[in-house]
Design a protein around this ligand. Sequence first.
Ligand code: NAI
Ligand code: 15L
Length: 273
Amino acid sequence: MPAQHPTPLRFERLLLTGAAGGLGRVLRPRLKAYCDTLRVSDIADLGDAGPGEELHRVDLQDKSGVLALLQGVNAVVHLGGISTEQAWEPILQANIVGVYHLYEAARTHGVRRIVYASSNHVTGFYRQDEVLDTEAAPRPDGLYGVSKAFGENLARFYFDRYGIETVALRIGSSFPEPKDRRMLATWLSYDDLERLVVASLTAPVVGYSVIYGMSDNSTAWWDNTKARHIGYRPQDSSDVFRVAVEARQPHLDPNDPATIYQGGAFVRTGPFE
Ligand code: NAI
Ligand code: 15L
């Protein structure tokens, strides 16, 4: 039975990986309210350090770099890595080798909790007429989805073996607005993303948990009932965009795999060289 550790509501030092990316740039200013020091990392340029920030330019492939990155950190929000379907080699290095480096570094330094940006593409080959709960078996829709399923499995192992807690966020589509009809179901507003990440960091006990990252959308393919212990309450909804989105995309091809499956166009993207 792994040891349980109290979770502080404010952290001394939080690590945000992937801080130069789309969601990293959203969360970077917001997470400062929850920690004394925010350490941000990416392989890409991070700009200048703001008050209370530490900048680390680290490639997730670099085992010793990742080890140093996690020193002195209380908890991690792990967004870094390849975020779309791409060639195997970058996915392998960032999302498989990289996530292993992250968990090994967490084990070495005694980091107790990781909020892991997984993806809805772990279950992208379920149909859009199915509603999944958080225990549905993975049906990845590409190598990217497979790599996120690997990260989830690794996280589960590091909890069972070493007691490192993880909340795996199967994020839907987190953008300023839903871009198409599919995103009316998958959309996660930026404010709800913050609520989800903060709830995942601060819930007293999470063990290894999976939760889908979506706002309170009327159309939904996912049921987070089994993740209620995390205490995430979405406040936004794609519904306010519905009329405009449907006007932009009035017709859907019922034979298009992107219309049939939850993963949308990811189910027919690739293979890449
Ligand atoms: P993004 O692609 O904009 O950001 C990812 C960041 O990771 C980039 O800044 C990139 O430089 C960095 N990165 C890539 N390879 C790296 C490496 N080898 N070492 C260090 N850093 C590396 O992606 P976005 O949209 O910000 O997503 C963040 C996370 O959330 C990703 O893990 C993505 O898979 C996941 N996610 C995002 C969704 C969304 O709607 N934005 C939906 C589902 C999952
Ligand atoms: C993801 O996993 C991607 O990171 C993001 O760019 C979106 O494409 C999202 O899924 C989605 O399914 O809309």
